[in-house]
Design a protein around this ligand. Structure first.
Ligand code: SF4
Length: 351
């Protein structure tokens, strides 16, 4: 049996029962694809269910306030995905009168949709012959066919794309695409796949050449940037202050606390000598109540080291770009996972 036939047989016997596999609605499929990118199924499924419950149609999503969408997304990370999802929903609701585009080129025009997602929607919802190529597909193809060309090179992208289209089952691209992704996610895993029991154990070139660990090849290593955040958690009676992140940076549109970014951790003396302290706090009679241990938070390209300084004020803060809120309402704001973790672990000044 050829590659596709073997794969489809495996899929029929091993596929997981996932809610978005039971629908042909492009809106639901789109939601599931955006939510599941870089997310494990166990983590993403409750988000998928919450989104379709709160926004049962693209129009419902388009009409939702931006902060509400971000709040529902909270904890998934990569917040630009949620912002793009919302933008694209508004575009469909207004410019396309609520009708989800059906052709691959039109789907590709939507904000936040790349070739992979467009191929997934076009094939799953409309049975169009577009091959999905994600990390799972690169891994399976590079191993089974022993391809050592780096997957992130121009040449590699061309080689894998040609092979993916050659193998695609044109009569049932939806099932074939699901099958190859499922095989990569469930069986031919990045680390220690069970090659002896594999359906491709006699034909896989990576297994034969003892190259399983080496494939797929990547040429570029991602550079990780280290950042130090000094969060200033101000407390006046039952009030605290948040700040909406408006700059083009991580967590755009979410709320965190007023913050100083430094090149390394600060001492109490350094904090009191800082421009931030002089400009925003010195007139408010501040007293540092405590500071947290360092929180280390890892993102795909950044490593954040955050300290939360809990400061009591004798006068109320009056900054126009800070958002004042009663402590009891702080959980209503969409915040990054780092802030959520801090709130969950029980900061002294908020108790
Ligand atoms: S034999 Fe191993 S490397 Fe090859 S496809 Fe199977 S699980 Fe993947």
């Amino acid at each position: 049996m050829n590659f596709s036939g073997t794969l489809l047989n495996w899929y029929q016997r091993n596929k997981r029962d996932l809610p978005w596999r039971k629908t042909k609605d492009p809106y639901f499929i789109w939601l599931s694809e955006i939510i599941m990118q870089q997310t494990r199924v166990e983590q993403g499924t409750p988000y998928y269910k919450a989104f379709i419950k709160n926004y049962p149609s693209v129009k419902h999503l388009a009409n939702a306030p931006g902060d509400e969408v971000l709040k529902l997304w909270q904890g998934l990370g990569y917040y630009s995905r949620a912002r793009n999802l919302h933008e694209a929903a508004k575009y469909i609701a207004t410019e396309l009168r609520g009708k989800f585009p059906e052709s691959y080129p039109d789907i590709l025009k939507l904000k936040g949709i790349g070739e992979y997602t467009a191929a997934a929607i076009a094939s799953f919802a409309f049975q169009q012959p577009y091959a999905v190529i994600d990390g799972n597909v690169y891994r399976v193809l590079s191993r089974v066919f022993g391809i050592t060309t780096p997957v992130d090179s121009t040449e590699g992208k061309k080689v894998f794309k040609e092979l993916a289209y050659e193998l695609l089952d044109k009569k049932d691209p939806a099932t074939y695409n699901q099958a190859i992704m499922e095989f990569g996610a469930m069986y031919c895993k990045p680390v220690n796949p069970d090659c002896e029991q594999c359906i491709f154990s006699h034909t896989c070139l990576a297994k034969a050449g003892k190259l399983v660990k080496e494939l797929p090849v990547k040429q570029l290593k991602t550079k990780v940037r280290e950042r130090h955040f000094q969060y200033i958690v101000l407390r006046y009676k039952s009030l605290v202050w948040l700040k909406k992140r408006t700059e083009k940076d991580i967590w755009q549109g979410l709320f965190d606390f007023p913050m100083i970014e430094t090149i390394q951790a600060l001492s109490e003396t350094e904090l009191k000598k800082s421009d931030f302290w002089k400009k925003h706090l010195s007139k408010l009679d501040p007293s540092i109540r405590s500071h947290s241990a360092t929180y280390k938070h890892v993102l795909s390209h950044q490593r954040i080291f955050a300290t939360f300084w809990e400061i009591k004020l004798k006068k109320k803060a009056q900054e126009s770009d800070w958002t004042e809120t009663d402590i009891s309402r702080i959980f209503e704001f969409p915040v990054p996972r780092l802030i959520d973790l801090y709130l969950e672990t029980g900061p002294e000044s908020l108790s």
